[in-house]
Ligand binder design. Structure first.
Ligand SMILES: *[C@@H]1O[C@H](CO)[C@@H](O)[C@H](O)[C@H]1NC(C)=O
Ligand SMILES: *[C@@H]1O[C@H](CO)[C@@H](O)[C@H](O)[C@H]1NC(C)=O
Length: 235
């Protein structure tokens, strides 16, 4: 797990985003130091593109990078997941799956995962309502359930984060969806907390009722979310 790289990306983005932290903290953070920049050479290009610091026309690959960075926390996760050692994949067949749940029963479980378990930051999902082959997708990549769980657990501090359900959880035979509002505390030095809102769509397999894909959408760009970063707000 290359947590240093993850920290660097966020620090660099915060640096680029400007006066976020108190001056004293910014001095200590010093994310613009040459070491960090050298280390983050490959990622820096993407952050710069996302920040649109350079107003001159971007080459095609940077445009693409910029688009990929938008609207997804998994932009961060992809780095974590790509470098983390992965649990072995499990087989699809599993006797403890809750097949053909009614819409109401599925809704109760999802509601509990959101409200009681804050699964968006804790990754504590009720695994029996997900197909073992379920995919977790962002603008950049697709993760297996194991990678998503591992990456999410590594990235956030649930006790310093907050997840609020906005409105209801809508469940049909083909999908479940809900809106959320959250504060994410990142598990890196200085524990920055970022604020965002968005939507999750869970697609169901109509022959089993199990969830086969998780898709998260952010209402704000990654850059705008980083600008909300606060430090040391919660214990
Ligand atoms: C859920 O359904 C309500 C009523 O149809 C709708 O207003 C709301 O936008 C839906 N929520 C999501 C997340 O799709
Ligand atoms: C689940 O529902 C589908 C479609 O209604 C049906 O074909 C299947 O046999 C059901 N499976 C079980 C285990 O009840």
């Amino acid at each position: 797990m290359n947590i240093t790289l993850l920290l660097g990306i966020i620090a660099l983005a915060i640096c680029n985003a400007g006066a976020l932290a108190p001056a004293s903290l910014r001095l200590r953070l010093s994310p613009c130091s040459s070491n960090t920049e050298t280390f983050l050479f490959r990622r820096k290009k993407k952050i710069d593109a996302a920040n649109k610091i350079d107003s001159s026309p971007q080459p095609d690959d940077q445009e693409e990078d910029s688009m990929q960075l938008q609207k997804s926390r998994r932009s961060f996760l992809s780095v974590t997941a790509a470098t983390a050692s992965m649990l072995p994949l499990r087989s699809n067949a599993s006797p403890d799956k809750q097949i053909n749940l009614s819409n109401d029963d599925l809704k109760k479980i999802i509601l509990s995962d959101i409200v009681d378990k804050s699964f968006l930051v804790s990754a504590d999902i009720t695994r029996s309502i997900y197909d073992e082959s379920a995919t977790f997708t962002d603008e950049i990549d697709v993760y297996t359930m194991d990678k998503w769980v591992k990456g999410t657990k590594a990235l956030f501090i649930p006790s310093g984060s907050r997840v609020t359900l906005i409105g209801d959880v809508n469940v049909s035979q083909s999908e479940a969806s809900f809106r959320f509002d959250e504060d994410l505390m990142f598990n890196i030095p200085f524990k920055p907390v970022c604020k965002l809102t968005g939507k999750v769509v869970l697609t169901r397999d109509e022959s089993t009722g199990l969830i086969t894909s998780y898709r998260e959408y952010w209402d704000q760009s990654v850059n705008d979310v980083l600008k909300t970063a606060k430090f040391g707000k919660k214990p």
